[in-house]
Design a protein around this ligand. Structure first.
Ligand SMILES: *[C@@H]1O[C@H](CO)[C@@H](O)[C@H](O)[C@H]1NC(C)=O
Ligand SMILES: *[C@@H]1O[C@H](CO)[C@@H](O)[C@H](O)[C@H]1NC(C)=O
Ligand SMILES: *[C@@H]1O[C@H](CO)[C@@H](O)[C@H](O)[C@H]1NC(C)=O
Ligand SMILES: *[C@@H]1O[C@H](CO)[C@@H](O)[C@H](O)[C@H]1NC(C)=O
Length: 421
């Protein structure tokens, strides 16, 4: 009883002095550091997504995890960070895709893998150096030290994570990461994308996924492979080793499309590694056939925080033969109507300079040969040779279809519940 009294005695002054401290702190904030209510609001709404990007202390990172992701919507133009990658002979395709996707507010990382000849990689670097627009804006980056990438091997995932890390380091101002290959092409302008994505929660991930592995359990999850791309400087296919392994029991496997639109929040989670899951799974996937079709899906779906906002779509139009072969059907002019009607943001795959691409340029992007896709930002018409007002958005004919698709996807998802099945 005596000790309870003692507690009360010192509790009272403590409470009073804390109140005074908080009061002093609040007034000094109000008078000195920030003067208007608007400024205070904007600091708080931008704090998590913009400022956190520049913190490296572990304690702080752990703090973020317990606090959860940045607040849902930031009323600004969303920005995209692209990885466009290619291999031997893909230079011209990659260049055209880059021109069609270019916008001064975005970030671009270009990568031609080690299989492409040195001359081709140098040509890409010198084209980027020589492009006045890229020099002025400074948002196109070429990975000069090319990676060895084995199709369907874990080196593909490593390459994607490498690009993510470069993009995180180069800019704190992007909201979504999009992984494309040189044989992909946009069906909408960047203005259409900005317009569609600006009301969306910045933490949504568009990743087509399923836990119904079917034949893949036997053929993908149980075999063990080695990817020579991890240690050899000569390109070779992955090879199989025995014995096989059993299915994992400490996490659930997911698979799906290797094309995705990932939130910055999720990319930071994968690259920074303040939680062990992305790293453990990366090691598990080192021996997995076709790791690009599973790594990100398995990470997202095994972390409840991300599983509850995973949108089950890759925003791509990809057409598979029936029965499906290893590669998707190569799109041509006869596919354009279906492609456009899908409302997707991107399509794949195309042959170099296929007439279908000219039709997309003409009807959907309004892009002239050899110039950038026009938009509200363009000055120096008609070729968009200069940046006018980069924040001006002029959605084109594709915006309505994309909005309808994205609206349908986000409407049917009951966010807050686990989206992974
Ligand atoms: C650099 O650009 C100029 C025009 O902008 C062009 O005439 C020249 O051929 C280009 N050089 C290279 C190496 O691409
Ligand atoms: C972090 O902030 C410092 C100073 O505020 C700046 O110099 C540095 O470039 C920032 N780093 C990144 C990765 O944005
Ligand atoms: C990323 O894009 C490439 C095409 O450039 C694709 O092959 C790959 O599977 C994608 N996904 C991952 C996880 O690397
Ligand atoms: C498109 O369809 C027409 C008529 O069905 C056919 O003759 C043509 O070969 C097709 N084009 C391609 C590129 O497949």
């Amino acid at each position: 009883m005596g000790s309870a009294n003692m507690e009360k005695k010192w509790l009272f002054p403590l409470v009073i002095s804390s109140v005074i401290c908080i009061f002093l702190l609040a007034t000094s904030l109000n008078l000195g550091l920030v003067s208007s209510r608007h400024a205070i609001n904007s600091i708080f709404s931008f704090f998590p997504s913009r400022v956190l990007a520049n913190q490296s202390s572990l304690a702080f990172a752990e703090n973020i995890v317990s606090q959860g992701p940045p607040p849902p919507s930031v009323p600004a133009i969303p920005r995209f960070a692209y990885l466009i990658s290619g291999s031997k002979g893909d230079l011209e395709k990659l260049w055209r895709t880059l021109q069609a996707l270019y916008h001064p507010l975005n970030q671009y990382v270009l990568h031609l893998d080690l299989e492409s000849p040195v001359a081709e990689r140098l040509e890409l670097a010198s084209r980027v150096d020589n492009e006045t627009m890229f020099n002025t804006v400074g948002n196109v980056f070429v990975i000069k030290k090319a990676n060895m990438v084995t199709y369907r091997g874990p080196t593909m995932v490593a390459n994607t994570l490498h690009a993510c890390a470069i993009l995180l380091r180069r800019s704190k101002d992007w909201d979504w990461f999009i992984n494309l290959s040189a044989s992909d092409y946009p069906l909408v302008t960047q203005d259409d994308l900005f317009h569609t994505f600006s009301p969306l929660n910045r933490n949504l991930n568009f990743i087509e996924h399923t836990s119904q592995l079917g034949w893949k359990e036997e053929k993908r999850a149980m075999p063990l492979i080695l990817d020579p791309g991890l240690y050899s400087s000569k390109k070779q296919d992955v090879f199989w080793v025995t014995p096989r392994r059993t299915l994992p029991t400490s996490f659930k496997l997911f698979t799906g499309s290797a094309w995705m639109v990932l939130s910055r929040w999720f990319v930071e989670y994968c690259v920074w590694g303040w939680d062990n899951l992305p790293r453990t799974l990366l090691m598990y996937y080192t021996n997995f056939v076709s790791s690009p079709e599973g790594y990100f899906h398995t990470v997202i779906c095994n972390e409840p925080e991300f599983a509850k906002t995973a949108v089950n779509h890759d925003l791509h139009y990809i057409s598979w033969d029936i029965p499906p072969k290893q590669h998707p059907h190569t799109l041509n002019i006869n596919d354009t109507n279906k492609m456009i009607a899908s409302g997707a943001a991107f399509a794949r795959k195309f042959k170099r300079d296929d007439p279908a691409l000219d039709k997309i340029d003409k009807d959907l992007l309004r892009r002239r040969k050899g110039s950038f896709t026009p938009g509200g930002w363009c000055a120096g018409k008609p070729k968009c040779s200069r940046v006018g007002n980069p924040n001006k958005i002029k959605p084109g004919p594709g915006a309505k279809r994309l909005r309808r698709l994205v609206g349908r996807l986000t409407l049917t998802a009951k966010f807050g519940q686990n989206q992974c099945k």
